[in-house]
Design a protein around this ligand. Sequence first.
Ligand code: 5CU
Length: 376
Amino acid sequence: MAASLNPVVDIHTHMYPPSYISMLEKRSTIPLVRKFPQADEPRLILLSSELESLDAALKDPTAKLPGRPLSTHFASLTQKIDFMDTNGINVSVISLANPWFDFLDPSEAAGIADSVNKEFSDMCAEHVGRLFFFAALPLSAPVDTIKASIDHVGKLKYCRGIILGTSGLGKGLDDPNLLPVFKAIVDANLLVFLHPHYGLPNEVYGPRSEEYGHVLPLALGFPMETTIAVARMYMAGVFDQVRNLQMLLAHSGGTLPFLAGRIESCIVHDGYLVKSGKAPKDRRTIWTVLKEQIYLDAVIYSEVGLQAAIASSGADRLMFGTDHPFFPPIEEDVQGPWDSSRLNAQAVSKAVEEGFSDAAAIMGLNAVRVLNLKAE
Ligand code: 5CU
C-alpha cells in the first residue's frame, strides 16, 4: 500500500508470535491453547469467564467449544499485513495481546519477555515504515529486572511504548512499588498502552452468564477494569508523582470520559477526603489529567462513545485502532474487510465530519506525531 499524506494508523492491534503460542499449547491452566475433537482449529482460552465452558468441553465432546478459534490471524505476520492492506491501514503499532507475561514464573519471565520483544522488533524490521510495536514487560520479575527490560526495549529501533495490564506487580497500578517502573518508562521516553485482561469477578455476570457468550466480560468487564485501574492511579496521586507519564487507554478509556464528572463530584463530596486535606482546592482534577496525561484509542465502535472521548481528552489525543485479530467477522470471509475495523472508522467520520482535520488526526496523524512513526 502506498504511503499517504494522511496515513491510517492502527495503534490497537495484537499478535501472539509463534513462540508464545507454543508456550500456551504446553499449558494446562489458562491462558492456554487446546485442540478439541469437534473442531479443526485449536481454541485459544484466555479469560477466567471461559473456565466453566473449558471444563464442560473437556468432559463432554458435544459441549459448546470454549474460548475463540485460534485462526492464523493471531500469529502470522503475513496475515497481519494482509489485514492492513484489506482494511486500508497504512501503519500498525503491534502489541502482544493479553495476558502478556503476567502468568510466568519470575525466574523465566525476563528471558521469555526479551525473546518475544525481539520477535516483535524483528517483525517490524521486515516491514520498515509499516510496523512499530509496544513491548511487554516481565512483571512477575523483581523491579530491577523489570527496569532492565524497559532499558532494553527502549533501545529497540521500532519500540514506541509498553503495553501494560492493570495488575502491575500484583497489587494494581496504585501500588507505590510500581512508581520506579513508571519513572523508568518515562526516562526511556516510552508511552504506556494500558489494556485490560482480568475484567470483573465472574459472579457479577450471574448464573446465566454462559447463555450470553463473551458479551458481558468483553463489553463491560474490560472497560470497567480499565476505568477502575486509572481511577485508582488518580486517587493515589500517581499522575502527579510521575508528571511526565503519558498513558494511552484501550477502548476509549473504558468508561472514564463518561464517569469523570461523577468521580470529581464524589471527591469533593467526600467528608473524609476533604477534611483530611486529601482533596485540596488546587489539586489537578481528573479532567486535567485526561487532557494532559491521557491518550485514548478510538476502539469504541460508535460515535456516541467517541464524542465523549473527544470531549474529555480532545481530538488531538485520540487514535484509531481495530483490536485485530479479535472480533473477526462471523459470517463473512475473514480475508475480506472486517466490520469491527469499519465500525471504528465510521464512528470517527460520524463524530468529526470526514474530510476535516480532526478526522485525519484521529485516523493517523495523532499517532504519527505522538509516537514518532517515521520510517527510519
Ligand atoms: O475476545 C477477547 O477475549 C479479547 C481479548 O482477550 N483481548 C482483546 O484485546 N480483545 C478481545
